[in-house]
Ligand binder design. Structure first.
Ligand code: GAR
Length: 202
């Protein structure tokens, strides 16, 4: 079983979706640590309720390298081999990314490469796109720029607000994230250029 560390900053619903999928045996992984850069993140309390080890490593007032040194120490101590960003609202440095090459996943609430960055659901709504969705991708040194593993599409309705659109995208996120992790852990794959290529199933 893969040992997964989850980094989050907020609500933690994607963490819960991953934890549930692991518990049901749909993903051959165990979440061995949840780390938040915000001690008050509701996602930390949710992890504690499930009995998952948690640690708060506040980023406030710390330089990025300093903060990440603590993050890496916690992840290594827990012998994490995969890192899942689940609403983690800080950019990781190239050095951090290099510590887990192609072993960091992120979920983004838009169809990348459209609408990277913050508040992606609102960006998509304001732009007037007719479909949006979510993307699970491997993390590289850029912002929301790594190789894509899974995308799921959501139609934008005429009567949507950014909030109603975000809610329907979130439902798809909760499917996409376990699906992506499952694929990466159960199939043979490699990266060709920017593309994640899965071997045919035997
Ligand atoms: C999710 O919508 C996730 O896609 C988004 O934050 C939310 C976290 O929700 N992530 C980003 O925007 C990353 N830039 P959650 O805490 O309930 O999982």
């Amino acid at each position: 079983k893969a040992r997964v560390g989850v980094l989050l900053s907020g609500r933690g619903s994607n963490f819960l979706a991953l934890a549930e999928a692991c518990r049901r045996g749909e993903v051959p992984a165990e979440i061995v640590l949840v780390v938040s850069n915000r001690p008050e993140a509701p996602g930390l309390a949710k992890a504690q309720e499930l009995g998952v080890p948690t640690v708060a490593i506040p980023s406030k007032g710390l330089a990025r390298e300093e903060h990440e040194k603590h993050l890496l120490a916690a992840l290594h101590q827990a012998q994490v081999d995969w890192v899942c960003l689940a609403g983690y609202m800080r950019l990781l440095s190239p050095q951090f990314v290099a510590a887990f090459p192609n072993r960091i996943l992120n979920i983004h609430p838009a169809l990348l490469p459209a609408f990277p960055g913050l508040d992606a659901q609102r960006q998509a709504w304001e732009y007037g796109v007719k479909v949006s969705g979510c993307t699970v991708h491997l993390v590289d040194a850029g912002c929301d720029s790594g190789p894509i593993v899974v995308q799921r599409v959501v139609e934008v309705r005429d009567d949507d607000t950014p909030e109603t659109l975000a809610a329907r995208i979130l439902e798809q996120e909760h499917i996409a994230y376990p699906q992506a992790l499952r694929l990466l852990l159960t199939r043979r794959w490699h990266i060709e250029g920017r593309r994640v290529v899965f071997a045919r199933e035997a």
